[in-house]
Write a protein that binds this ligand. Structure first.
Ligand code: C5P
Length: 404
């Protein structure tokens, strides 16, 4: 609940992207924020006060001189009572009024009266966005300390293509969090996480790979970032979307993964959830290996660097304070994992059983044993996101204890 108790005043301007503001309200509330909305006159052409109010569970504010609303909540108080004002969609007209200090309705008056951070999510036709007047207004607003998220490039409702699509609700939420986030227990720490498989090329079209989906590693990186760690996720090829709020380095091979990890140091905690290929082809063919006769070609493999062992073996300040490995085992899970923890030189090892039928590799659930110097702890089967949250909380407790 990164936004627990934070009060967001959402101003919904008159643009087709106003429908996304409804989802934005839900997303903000999911994270614990209290959302109050002002719907501009233009906004009511796209979404109704009824839908906005049903989602905010509050009065929806509209016209400036609505006597009933003014009596209950003056426009000055409305802007003062928020920790942050979000304008989504921010139309060219709203941006122009803000840049000029015009206050001729409730939304613009609240924006002029506020002393709180303001975040704009612009949304308009690409020509309007690129127009010198809008760009001039944008420069002025940014110079005034107004935060801006988006717009993104893509197809527009008007049939054109270009910059002008409003940022997606989750991108706006990430921007809100970065402005008003309550410092989490990992604030001020740096985390490194590896995830996914690696692909080891044999020739331009073929590679060696494994079934890792990357879900567990991605969830861990997101959980650490949510607790405030400045997180770098080094990811092999996966089908997952880039998470928001952290740095992501995409790699393909084990050698690239090691180089990316080294570039992300120093870190306080490093968690190696990737299923790194143990071997790669001795030499990658520059052209496609041809089928010739009935003989299958012999593959000569060489060992890949062990990223976990390399980082866990660094000396002194170079080594992260806490190094966590993973072990995917199919038999004697605890015994093998306990030996692996010592062999790899890591502090903790998360072991899981990936035998056929468990559905763990590639699935959404995991059942793990956490091996530390003091023994093994069983975590019953649950969602990978829950395993990630539990691990991140343990990391926070451990780092706090180490710092004390
Ligand atoms: O030896 P094994 O592959 O079972 O060890 C698993 C652990 O080691 C995982 O944390 C994995 O990310 C890491 N590993 C690595 N580099 C390798 C092989 C495994 O970092 N080349």
């Amino acid at each position: 609940m990164a936004l627990r108790g934070k009060r967001v005043l959402l101003i919904i301007g008159g643009g087709i992207a106003a429908y996304k503001a409804l989802d934005l309200i839900r997303r903000l509330k999911e994270r614990g924020a209290k959302v109050r909305a002002i719907l501009t006159r233009g906004g009511t052409e796209f979404v109704t006060p009824l839908s906005v109010g049903a989602l905010t569970e509050d009065t929806v504010y509209g016209e400036l001189f609505n006597l009933t609303d003014e009596a209950a909540m003056g426009h000055i108080q409305l802007s003062r009572d928020a920790d942050l004002i979000v304008v989504a969609p921010a139309t060219a007209d709203l941006m122009a009024k803000m840049a000029g200090g015009i206050a001729n309705d409730l939304a613009t008056t609240a924006l002029l009266a506020t002393d709180k951070p303001v975040l704009l999510a612009p949304s308009m036709n690409v020509r309007m966005w690129e127009h010198k007047a809008t760009q001039r207004n944008l420069t002025m607003l940014q110079a005034d300390g107004i935060h801006v998220v988006g717009p993104n490039e893509g197809d527009m409702a008007c049939g054109e293509f270009g910059f002008g699509r409003m940022a997606e609700p989750l991108e706006i939420v990430a921007a809100v969090e970065s402005i008003v986030q309550i410092p989490g227990p990992l604030a001020g720490t740096r985390a490194l996480v590896t995830a996914g498989p690696t692909h080891e090329p044999l020739d331009p079209v073929r590679y060696l790979a494994n079934r890792s989906s990357g879900k567990q590693g991605y969830a861990i990186a997101e959980a650490l970032a949510r607790l405030g760690a400045e997180t770098t996720l080094v990811a092999g090829p996966t089908r997952l979307e880039d998470p928001l709020g952290l740095e992501i380095l995409h790699v393909e091979t084990a050698q690239q993964m090691l180089a990316a990890c080294e570039s992300a140091l120093p870190a306080d905690v490093a968690i190696f959830a990737a299923a790194v290929a143990d071997w790669r082809a001795d030499a990658r063919a520059n052209t496609k290996i041809k089928k010739s006769g009935t003989d299958a070609p012999a593959l000569k493999l060489v060992q890949n660097p062990d990223i976990l062992a390399t980082i866990a073996g660094l000396d002194g300040t170079q080594r992260p304070k806490l190094v966590v490995g993973f072990a995917a085992e199919t038999d004697n899970v605890i015994e093998n994992a306990t030996q692996k923890r010592t062999r790899k030189g890591c502090d903790w090892l998360v072991a899981n059983d990936v035998s056929d039928g468990t559905g763990i590799m590639g699935g959404d659930e995991n059942e793990v044993h956490l091996i530390t110097a003091s023994g093994a702890e069983h975590w019953p089967r649950t969602r990978k996101t829950d395993v990630a949250a539990r691990l991140a909380t343990m990391v926070a407790t451990h780092l706090k204890g180490a710092a004390a």
